[in-house]
Design a protein around this ligand. Structure first.
Ligand SMILES: Nc1ncnc2c1ncn2[C@@H]1O[C@H](COP(=O)(O)OS(=O)(=O)O)[C@@H](OP(=O)(O)O)[C@H]1O
Length: 309
């Protein structure tokens, strides 16, 4: 995982691969660490809804569902802007020169966003800015099984140029298992948020449940938010947020992001959208090793994952 040279006019600092830094022991992009004081001091509003996930766990899917719920199933309103502007990414901070079409810092964007706001974060629970709890904000956490997360993350590392070079899959798998990827240990992340779910106004969802029965999961979300919508609206939400619809929707598929930041020709952001794709990538030996590691790291927890649906 080495530093790569940045080439091409106009790229300046953007698009350069760079090693991760460390924020309170969590591996993270250096630009995000530079912006951390503003994130830590972030002032949540009481009606903010936080969407929290470990990366590659269905954040964009959940964000689109929530934006649709917030706009009563109005598809045109949900095309008003790219998902990364409709649902600002709290700890995001760009490096150096920012191309016009790329997002500014998450905190700045949030300050300009009218209430009620949807806020995206990948922060582990212990790093969440205090104001979310002080203001009693609701949180929806979505978790995904780690085998599919690591495969999705491997492709994302390749296409999103802010990451270090992931190397071969075997190398990346080791890094992931050792928590040496952006946002650190998947185990600590999913367990940390799971253990806090009694204390907070938190709805804990699973990507696999959403794949199996999206209608039931959307109903859970509506109930959690205290909202009622007619059946026709639910049907519109489900259709608009299906993988096929989101993949072709420029407001949801990240294709408007400059290619210096995300190169969809290497791997599309909306890649496969299935559960169990790890079976096309793991060797038998890698799977056995992963299973042993998983058992050790999930021991003593009542949190369970479905590795396929
Ligand atoms: N509608 C819908 N249905 C099913 N799956 C979906 C959907 N939208 C996004 N995806 C898949 O979610 C993966 C991206 O995860 P995130 O949105 O959490 O990525 S990020 O961390 O915010 O960058 C990535 O998973 P993989 O396809 O396995 O790579 C996306 O394809």
């Amino acid at each position: 995982m080495g530093l790569q040279r940045c080439v091409g006019p106009g790229l300046l600092n953007e698009g350069c691969r760079e090693e991760l830094g460390s924020l309170h022991g969590i591996p993270l992009y250096k630009s995000f660490i530079e912006g951390w004081p503003q994130v830590e001091a972030f002032q949540a509003r009481h009606d903010d809804l936080l969407i929290a996930t470990y990366p590659k766990s269905g954040t964009t899917w959940l964000s689109e569902i929530l934006d649709m719920i917030y706009h009563d199933g109005d598809v045109e309103k949900c095309r008003r802007d790219a998902i990364f502007n409709r649902v600002p990414f709290l700890e995001m901070k760009s490096r150096g020169h920012i191309p016009l079409s790329s997002p500014s810092a998450g905190v700045e964007l949030l300050e300009k966003t009218p209430s009620p706001r949807l806020v995206k974060t990948h922060l582990p629970v212990q790093l969440l800015p205090a104001s979310f709890q002080e203001k009693g904000c609701k949180v929806i956490y979505m978790a995904r099984n780690p085998k599919d997360v690591v495969i999705s993350y491997y492709y994302f590392y390749q296409m999103a140029k802010m990451h270090p070079d992931p190397g071969m899959l075997a190398e990346f798998l080791e890094a992931f298992m050792n928590g040496k990827v952006a946002y650190g240990s998947w185990y600590e992340h999913v367990r940390g948020w799971w253990e806090k779910r009694q204390e907070k106004q938190l709805l804990y969802l699973f990507y696999e449940d959403m794949k199996k029965d999206p209608r039931r999961e959307v109903q859970k979300i509506l109930q959690f938010l205290g909202k009622e919508v007619v059946e026709e609206t639910v049907a519109r939400i489900l259709h608009h947020t299906s993988f096929q619809e989101m993949k072709k929707n420029p407001a949801a598929n990240y294709e408007t992001m400059p290619s210096s930041l995300m190169d969809h020709s290497l791997s599309p952001f909306m890649r496969k959208g299935i559960s169990g794709d790890w079976k096309n990538h793991f060797t038998v030996a890698q799977n056995e090793r992963f299973d042993r590691h998983y058992q050790q790291h999930m021991a003593g927890s009542d949190l369970c994952f479905q590795m396929e649906v």
